[in-house]
Design a protein. Sequence first.
Length: 370
Amino acid sequence: MKILYWTDLFFPHIGGIETFSSDLIPALQTKGHEIKLLTSRHIPNLPDVERIGSITVHRFDIWGAIKTKDLKKLMSVRRAVTELKREFNPDLTHLHFGATSYMYVQTQSAVCVPTLTTVHALPESSLTEDSLLKKVVHASRAVNAVSAKGHGLLRNAFPDAADRLSHIYYGLAPSADAGVEVAPPSFDEPVFLCLGRLAAQKGFDVALKAFARVGKVIPRARLMIVGEGVEETALKQLSATLCIGERVDFTGSVPPQAVYEVINKATIVLLPSRFEGLPLVALQAAKMQRPIVSSNVDGLPELVTDQESGVVLKENNELELANAIIALMRDPQKAIAMGKAAARRFEAHFGFDHCVDQYEGLYRRVASPT
C-alpha cells in the first residue's frame, strides 16, 4: 500500500507526534508499505526532500504561507503539494490533524485520495461547527483519536461521523529506550521533571508555582524543565519572579534517544497539562517506572489511575500539585509502588505491536472501496 503520511512538523523538530511517527513508519515499511512523509518547513534552510533513516521527508513552506496569508505563496504551496500527490498517487493519506491541515483541505479536491485523520489534543475551540477540524472530519473516511476520552469528545461534537470514529493508543517501539535500564528514583536529592514543548498547553507555569511551595518544605529538591518553545522566556521570568531560579534547570530539548536517560534522573514526572491527547512522555515515564502527577484531561487518566499508578489532579492548580508532590515525597514506598503500577499498566494497554497492527487494519479499511 502507498501511504502519504502528513504531519505539521517532523525532525529535526522534536515532539510526541514526531517521535511516534519515526517509530510507526519503519514498522509499517517492514510490512511492505511504501510511505512518503509530507510536512512543513519550520526551519528556513532545511532541504525540500531529505532521507531520515528509512523515511523520505518532503517539506513545504506551509507554515509560512498560512502565517503571512500571502496568496501567491499559498497558491505555490498548494500546487507543489498537489504535484506530490499526483506523482506519488497514494492509496490513502494519513493526516495528523494540526494547523497545516488547512493545506490538506485546500488540496483534497485536486487529488481524490481517501483519508485517515488522527486527532490528538482537543481544545474546545476545535470542536465548533465552523472549525477547521469540522472540515477535516467531513473530508475523512475515518477519524482516529489517541484516547477513549478523545473518541468520546469527537462523537459528541460530530455525531454524524460516529460510524467513522475510532481510537488507537500510542505505543513505544521496543528499541526506543536504547537499552537504558530503569534506575530507582532518588528521594534524597529529588528531581521533579517537566518534559515537553514549552507551551501554555503543557501547564509548566503551574509546575513552577507549585515548586515554589514545595521548595519551602523540601529545600533540597530541584525542578528540571526539558524542552523548547514559545513560552521559554516567560517561564524563565516566572522562575526568577518566584525566586526559585537557582533550583530550576532549563535544559533545552534533548534528542529522542536521550529521553529515557533524562527520565531516569527524575523522582516524579509532572504533567499539569491544560489539554492533551495522550502525551508520549506519559508513556515514557510509565515505562521507566516513574510516579506521575497529572491533570485530569483527555487521555491522561487512561494511563494514570489516581492513587494507583500516579496522582490525578482534580483542579490542576498550584496548591493541589504542590500537595500531591509533598505527599509522595513523604511516602517513598507508595511513590515507588505507583511507578511500578504505571509500568504494568503501560505494558498491558500500550503495546507497540498492537498499535501497529491496529493502524494497518485501519489503513486497509480506509483504502478499500466503499
